[in-house]
Design a protein around this ligand. Structure first.
Ligand SMILES: NC(=O)c1ccc[n+]([C@@H]2O[C@H](COP(=O)([O-])OP(=O)(O)OC[C@H]3O[C@@H](n4cnc5c(N)ncnc54)[C@H](OP(=O)(O)O)[C@@H]3O)[C@@H](O)[C@H]2O)c1
Length: 262
């Protein structure tokens, strides 16, 4: 895929994996970005970091329907089409289910799933005008395998996976590639409150994601062979995988105890 002329809309491009995806696309020649995020200060720093690119800063909340409509109205007026939609914005609130606040459970759904679906819905007419379009949805390793203390988050990320699959099949008659990316623990601000080490870099995740996009892959999993073996075991023998998870239970509880990035 030649990125030079592509018009790219990315949510959560002001931090972590999203910012690394912008850096990777910029390295490959992309120059036109629209970036959604709630904090205008974080958004504006992108212009300094990537001086040769043109940015549309779409300040707002992907969980807010009126703002989503406003984002796509702006893109219609400014660009008239869209080539790549990257649904990356996401939040997490972990812990034992009974201890996660109702507000956090609802917000995770609204931001990670409902907002993603609505933005995609409103972006589709613009993507259909592109001769070579793509939708990249950022799920999580926890969307492929459910792990303890991340039940509401895992539910949102599994929904992202299924949404991508259904939409890919629905769009068979259009030049719109639909793909899903599954990062595992990655060293970003989202993980600052998680008690864990040994994380991927956001740059490595971004490079894999964009390589997958260029190669027309539908699922880009991180975590290497061990994660692949876990997915296979979990799919074929979930009760055996339950036994394996028992050995990780305390570590997962520790990791999740204060893990909140909303
Ligand atoms: N880091 C990991 O270990 C990991 C692992 C698996 C999957 N993921 C997924 O990867 C994606 C990126 O995560 P990250 O680690 O890069 O997180 P991050 O560093 O916290 O960045 C999240 C980005 O999303 C934006 N955002 C959050 N809520 C938003 C909202 N309601 N409306 C608009 N923008 C919003 C944030 O900007 P504002 O705060 O300014 O809005 C920020 O730019 C997420 O979907 C996450 O679930 C991450």
């Amino acid at each position: 895929m030649n990125f030079e002329e592509k018009k790219i809309l990315i949510t959560g491009g002001s931090s972590g994996i999203g910012k690394a995806i912008i850096a990777e696309l910029y390295r490959l020649g992309a120059r036109n970005f629209a970036v959604v995020g709630r904090d205008p200060e974080k958004l504006k720093k992108l212009g300094t970091r990537f001086p040769e690119a043109t940015f549309l800063y779409l300040e707002g909340d992907v969980a807010d329907l009126e703002q989503i409509r406003h984002f796509t109205t702006t893109l219609t007026a400014q660009w008239g089409k869209l080539d790549i939609l990257i649904n990356n914005a996401g939040v997490v609130s972990a812990g034992p289910l009974e201890q996660i606040s109702d507000e956090d459970i609802i917000a995770q759904q609204n931001i990670n799933v409902t907002g993603l679906i609505l933005l995609t819905k409103y972006a589709l007419p613009l993507l259909k005008l592109s001769p070579e379009a793509a939708i990249m949805n950022v799920s999580s390793g926890l969307g492929a395998i459910g792990m303890p203390f991340y039940a509401p988050y895992a539910a949102t990320k599994a929904a992202v996976r299924q949404f991508s699959e259904a939409l890919r099949r629905e769009l068979k008659d259009f030049q719109i590639h639909v793909m899903t990316v599954y990062p595992v623990a990655t060293d970003t601000p989202m993980m600052a409150s998680a008690n864990t080490g040994n994380m991927d870099t956001p740059e490595a995740v971004a490079a894999n994601a964009i390589k997958g996009l260029s190669n027309g892959e539908i699922d880009v999993f991180m975590g290497g062979e061990q994660a692949a073996a876990n997915r296979k075991l979990n799919f074929e023998h979930p009760l055996e995988f339950d036994e394996k998870v028992k050995g990780m239970y305390d570590a997962m509880r520790q990791r999740a105890t204060n893990h909140r990035a909303m």
